[in-house]
Design a protein around this ligand. Structure first.
Ligand code: TNX
Length: 540
């Protein structure tokens, strides 16, 4: 027995944890500095998390959650710094979201200055663990992490993904799954496009018809096209659980109660993600106007050529209605920003409206563009009174805006919009059609194009470049009838957005990036993500 015990001790000493090669590692986004050491750290049931401060808890909880599910054991917390621990240490002076991660055979140490930094260190650790760590059920695996030394920080503070819930609806479990994917790639902003012509998706207590009726539609043209294309491909099938029988008719839709919205916000917050709500106004407003017809100039909500009639900005009631909605929205969403849309407004319809013409004259406005701008300023003052900042699509630049509004530049073909915005003092989020429109097919906005796209617009001075908060990809859902299709449009392209948003833009190399992306597929498989596989030149 003694001999056996000695042997066991000897072998424990003489066979250190195995080493890894570079080819075993795939980190997306790429860290700022990365060094691979020899050996590795082994997570066991005895591994403890050394957590001493509030700002470290979110990251520690997340790591523990992964192990509890996949490994079937949880990692206890301890205040004592001993061997076989993951030590979280708060240090002064690191940038927001920055961290260092040192993995040695006897200890993992993480340093950061804020909650985000700790969280991102854990996401890096997650990507260094075997892909089985993504499993929702207990699996057998060797929980080894290669010895590394990393220091890392984000390039941009806005690393966003958008989802359109109006054209097609997505359910709570799908939202949560998507937030999990975002966390894995260090994305931190989730833009929910909650209203549009095709459906209203957030309960508003003061105007119950918005969801009682406005969340449900007779399946429309796009749905039918989706159904017809389902012949050979389930990517085109409407999610059947989003149908409901209402007044004897089969309708399509869905919405979130305010409690469900709170649940989404809390779930996102555990993943260091801020949720930004968008209530698109005064255009793209049909689902509201249909149920509150006094909002329109002519009681008509229908389609006038390509766009629907907007809300009437010549009527005081419209301003009151918008503010009532935004009060409830501002109450529920803790985010600094509220997005008021402002895109694609059929402003010419106001030319024929006596109320609008009167408002233009009385307020000394030049035209309908300025009427929209007048409305935006009024809404902005209201949002400020609630402690919020106004965010809108780049059309809000057109009739003039205050310097405090933030602009999402989407129309890639209009480079004058971002320039005018920064010259006016506005901050920008880059979401251009040129790269970040994920409703466009994979062939139209392919991975390489996205990766090589430089988000800071051409011709910006350094000071103007400082006005770029970051980047975001948009998943408009006219042609995305179910979550599987959404995954297919988002992956792997989201990885290129994550990399552009986080990693330094020095030494960019698409082939190297693409090799890392391909090594992420196994992980996405365990997560159940249905991704698109881009063809790779030189490979079958
Ligand atoms: C334009 S982008 C829109 C959306 C559409 C999208 C389709 C923007 C602010 N408005 O309403 O879904 O194009 O690509």
């Amino acid at each position: 027995f003694l001999a056996m015990a000695v042997m066991a001790v000897l072998s424990a000493c003489t066979s250190p944890n195995p080493s890894f090669g570079k080819e075993d590692i795939s980190l997306v986004p790429k860290p700022l500095h990365f060094e691979l050491g020899e050996a590795s750290f082994r997570f066991t049931e005895a591994t403890k998390l050394v957590v001493r401060e509030e700002s470290q808890k979110k990251a520690a909880n997340y790591l523990n959650g992964l192990f509890s599910a996949a490994a079937g054991f949880s990692l206890e917390t301890s205040a004592a710094d001993s061997d076989n621990t993951v030590v979280f240490n708060t240090v002064a002076g690191l940038k927001k979201g920055a961290y260092t991660l040192n993995v040695n055979p006897d200890k993992i140490s993480i340093e950061a200055s804020d909650e985000g930094g700790f969280f991102y260190a854990v996401q890096t650790l997650r990507q260094l663990l075997p892909v089985e760590i993504e499993s929702a059920d207990k699996v057998e695996a060797e929980w080894l992490v290669p010895s590394v030394s990393i220091n890392d920080e984000p390039r941009f503070r806005w690393r966003g993904m958008h989802m359109d819930f109006s054209r097609h609806f997505f359910k709570m479990d799908e939202v949560k799954a998507f937030l999990d994917y975002m966390a894995l790639y260090k994305m931190n902003t989730y833009h929910m496009h909650l209203t549009d012509d095709q459906g209203w998706r957030m309960e508003i207590k003061k105007y119950p018809l918005l969801t009682q009726k406005g969340a449900w539609r007779i399946p429309n043209n796009q749905d039918t096209v989706c159904i017809n294309r389902a012949v050979d491909n389930e990517l085109y099938e409407i999610d059947p659980s989003n149908y409901k029988e209402i007044d004897g008719k089969r309708k399509y839709g869905g919405f979130y109660t305010q409690d469900e919205i709170r649940e989404i916000i809390a779930y996102a917050d555990e993943r260091n993600i801020t949720v930004i709500p968008e209530i698109d106004m005064p255009g793209h407003f049909k689902s509201a106007i249909d149920n509150y017809p006094y909002l329109s100039c002519n009681e008509d909500s229908g389609w006038d050529t390509v766009f629907t009639y907007p809300a009437c900005l010549g009527k005081e009631t419209t301003y009151g209605f918008m503010k009532d909605i935004l009060s409830e929205v501002a109450e529920i969403f803790p985010s600094e920003y509220i997005h008021i849309g402002g895109d694609e407004v059929n402003i010419r319809s106001w030319e024929k409206c006596p109320h609008c013409q009167k408002a233009i004259k009385e307020n000394g406005l030049a035209d309908e563009h300025e009427l929209q701008s007048y409305f935006n300023r009024d809404i902005e003052r209201f949002l400020k009174s609630k402690g919020k900042k106004l965010l809108g699509w780049d059309e809000i630049v057109e009739g003039g805006l205050t310097k405090d509004a933030t602009v999402m530049w989407w129309r890639g073909w209009r480079p004058e919009a971002p320039k005018k915005a920064v010259e006016n003092g506005n901050e920008l989020v880059i979401t251009t059609t040129d790269a970040y429109y994920f409703d466009y097919l994979n062939e139209g906005n392919p991975l390489e194009k996205i990766y090589n796209y430089e988000p800071v617009p051409k011709g910006f001075t350094d000071q103007e470049a400082g006005k770029v908060l970051g980047i975001q990809a948009n998943l408009w859902s006219e042609w995305i009838p179910n979550f599987k299709r959404l995954q297919y449009q988002a992956f792997p392209r989201m990885l290129a957005v994550a990399e552009n948003a986080w990693a330094s833009n020095e030494d960019k190399n698409f082939d190297a990036f693409n090799a890392r992306v391909r090594r992420q597929y196994d992980r996405l498989d365990v997560l159940g993500v249905h991704y698109y596989i881009p063809a790779v030149e030189g490979l079958d």
